[in-house]
Design a protein around this ligand. Structure first.
Ligand SMILES: [Zn+2]
Length: 445
């Protein structure tokens, strides 16, 4: 066993590779020396996804980082893969990784090779990394950014950057990088995927059967597959091609090409084998693109944690529109009612529930109260614009200050919340007038 230097602690959320890179920077040794001392193999300096040689690491560090299996499950990209594996198979896969049989373990998991470019290059958020550098003195590779489906930093709502070129125990900023080019139109879809991917970090086990059932139900609700027992691969793929999700995948997963095959949706939904997490995340985000990202992610968690025993009742809860708050359907229904109402009375009248029930739903599902706040702002904006517009129609010769005097509250509101629409309205007031009119309408004091 090689001699080792002082060991830093694992920072919250950082990957095991990130810890290794930090240790490497601290020791100031060559990449070769660090790799051999920590992992007993030279391959680790670039194996950021799942560093091989964890059994060696445990011995070399006298278990300073905690149990090796916990490191694998929580500090590597396996965090996204293991929940999809049946409990009895998981031990075997973990053992293969611990023993350094990475290719076999990857094959068991259906994981792609880590050497395939962007798809598996380590990722970071430039703003997060800069904040880390000023607060901690170093940047980190965070587990949540390495998960499949994570192409956007949810904290800063910016596309992640990914490393280009050899790593050799590099931390973010110490390696060549590029940034995912996600169009503005696809940011929402990317945000949904990142939120769903984040849910995986809370899960020990995913109920793949329940996920599949929930997605089939969703296809039927959206009129994409009236009969879930007879799915049409071509028409599913056509429907998918018309969405943001289908432009997002080529921009973020250029190394992969599974999304090009018309059969992938059909296969994922009809096969009894779990497919790669990225496919579940893409399908889930696509079929929930009509609800708030928070609801989309929560619904994923609920379906993924559904137990066999309560499957039937949970399905009822999740899908029956008249059932409990928090379900995708009931939330969408409340949001629809809000979109065409001006007061809460109108909302609960439309829904056919009492005011108290509606208030309780809004307290239990934060997305609903947020939606109502937005709706009230929209309505206030529409009212302000309508008032100013009516005044200008009735007083075609009015001056700007006349409008401000007559519609003070509305102008103030628009100045605070919608300067663009206000400027548009005020452009209707002529900028210059003839001197006579000026003298008559607005005599100098
Ligand atoms: Zn960030």
């Amino acid at each position: 066993m090689e001699k080792i230097g002082p060991l830093p602690s694992l920072a919250p959320g950082e990957t095991l590779y990130s810890w290794g890179a930090k240790t490497h920077a601290l020791w100031g040794w060559s990449a070769r020396q660090t790799s051999l001392a920590l992992f007993g193999t030279l391959r680790t300096s670039h194996s950021h996804a799942i560093p091989p040689g964890l059994t060696y690491l445990a011995r070399a560090t006298a278990d300073a980082l905690g149990p090796s299996r916990a490191l694998l499950a929580e500090r590597t990209v396996l965090a996204a893969y293991l929940p999809f594996v049946a409990a009895e198979k998981r031990w075997q896969i973990e053992q293969a990784f611990l023993d350094g049989q990475a290719s076999r373990a990857r094959m068991l998991l259906g994981m792609r090779s880590t050497k395939t470019n962007v798809t598996h290059a380590p990722r970071y958020c430039e703003t997060c990394a800069q904040e880390d550098r000023s607060e901690l003195g170093y940047s980190r590779w965070l587990v949540k950014h390495q998960l499949p489906g994570s192409w956007l930093c949810r904290v800063h709502q910016r596309p992640l950057s990914f490393a280009v070129g050899p790593l050799s125990w590099a931390l973010p900023f110490r390696v060549g990088s590029s940034t995912f080019s996600i169009s503005d139109g696809d940011l929402q879809a990317a945000s949904r995927c990142a939120m769903v991917a984040d849910e995986l970090l809370k899960l020990k086990q995913v109920n793949v059967h329940a996920l599949r059932q929930a997605l089939l139900k969703r296809l039927s609700v959206r009129g994409l597959a009236p009969n879930p027992d007879r799915l049409n691969a071509e028409s599913l793929h056509r429907a998918f091609k018309a969405t943001s999700m289908s432009t997002l995948l080529p921009a973020t997963e250029p190394g992969a090409c599974w999304w090009e095959s018309p059969a992938w949706i059909h296969k994922s939904l009809s096969s009894h084998h779990p497919s790669q997490p990225i496919k579940w995340i893409a399908l889930w985000s696509w079929l929930h693109d009509d609800v708030e990202p928070e609801i989309c992610a929560r619904a994923f968690f609920l379906a993924a944690t559904e137990t066999r025993e309560n499957a039937a009742s949970a399905q009822m809860e999740l899908w029956d529109a008249s059932a409990r708050p928090g379900s995708v359907e009931s939330t969408a229904r409340v949001c629809d009612a809000m979109a065409c109402s001006r007061t809460l009375e109108e909302v609960h009248a439309r829904l056919g529930v009492g005011r108290r029930v509606l208030i309780r739903w809004m307290q239990e599902v934060p997305a609903l109260s947020q939606r109502w706040t937005v709706r009230k702002l929209e309505f206030r904006g529409q009212l302000a614009l309508a008032t100013v517009d009516a005044y200008l129609r009735e007083h075609p010769g009015a001056w700007k200050k006349d409008v401000k005097n007559a519609c003070t509250a509305d102008i103030r509101w628009l100045e605070r919340h919608d300067t663009v629409a206000l400027a548009e309205l005020l452009r209707r007031i002529p900028a210059t007038r003839s001197p006579q009119q000026h003298l008559v309408m607005d005599p100098p004091s």
